[in-house]
Design a protein. Structure first.
Length: 285
């Protein structure tokens, strides 16, 4: 059999079978698409219900009864809600930056010197393995001993402990694709340690740095368990205020802030997808 006929026969076998000139019904693909649609509806429906609730005109949490209002969004400009938003945003930015720096230094160290890599990495990843309540209690007792409870530094330290493992994972993934000879070549050409880190390693792991900051920012922004243990009357982050509103008086402004958080998350995800698609496109296109 010739090569051309062999290729033609394989292509005929790979092509979908046709019945009456039409492609045969693809049941597995239809079932997978149906399962994906049901899973998306199951996950998104509770989130989408919050959106109309945020436009209600009542003083309590209810669907709009013929009239739509922005009163719940206006309530977010009050001193209490605005203070919580700014506290959460500031903590998330600082924790993201510190966690990224620590994760970069740690990942660089075990990348250059792999001795005891597994043991050291396991120690740093321990807060992600231990139940969150146990970690929160440990951070609470430590904060009480050093008198740092109900302060931005104490709460930020707790957020940093919980966010660092996720930042480290992002950095380790970036370093797994990097060759150590790159660092050795820069040092052999006369570059110092600082120059090698800033000018050679950081540009090659910039994706890991961005992912590390993003993961730590999200972990700090949504952290509520550690915040409940380490905060009090002075530090009330946005998740803690939402928790208190759900627990005591069911503040309808919770629906408005939840809608804004979903919208911001959607914008960030779409921007991340666009950035990834743009960088993955071939040059010149």
């Amino acid at each position: 059999m010739s090569l051309q006929s062999s290729v033609s026969s394989r292509a005929a076998l790979a092509a979908p079978l046709r019945v009456g000139g039409q492609p045969r019904f693809n049941a597995p693909r239809l079932l997978s698409m149906l399962g994906l649609l049901l899973a998306a509806v199951f996950l998104l429906l509770p989130v989408l219900v919050i959106v109309p609730l945020s436009f209600g005109d009542q003083r309590y949490l209810a669907f709009p009864d013929g009239a739509w209002s922005l009163r719940h969004y206006a309530a977010l400009l009050d001193t209490a809600w605005l203070s919580s938003i700014l506290q959460s945003l500031g903590l998330a930015v600082v924790v993201g930056a510190l966690s990224t720096v620590l994760a970069f230094l740690f990942a660089t160290g075990i990348w250059l010197e792999p001795r005891h890599r597994v043991l050291l990495t396991s120690i740093v990843l321990l807060p992600m393995i231990v139940p969150q309540v146990v970690s929160a209690m440990s951070i609470y007792y430590l904060g009480a001993r050093v008198q740092m409870l109900d302060s931005l530094i104490g709460v930020g330290f707790g957020h940093l402990m919980m966010a660092l493992p996720y930042s480290l994972i992002a950095m380790l993934v970036a370093y797994s694709r990097l060759d150590t000879n790159l660092y050795k070549a820069s040092r052999s050409l006369g570059a110092g340690l600082g120059s090698s880190l800033v000018l050679v390693l950081m540009p090659n792991v910039r994706g890991g740095l961005a992912g590390s900051f993003f993961m730590a920012f999200i972990m700090s922004w949504e952290e509520v368990v550690v915040t409940l243990f380490t905060s009090g009357l002075h530090v009330i982050t946005l998740p803690k205020r939402i928790w208190d509103g759900l627990r005591y008086n069911l503040d309808p402004a919770i629906a408005a802030v939840s809608t804004l958080m979903v919208l911001i998350t959607l914008i960030v995800l779409l921007g991340r997808m666009y950035w990834h698609h743009r960088n993955a496109a071939p040059p010149g296109r």
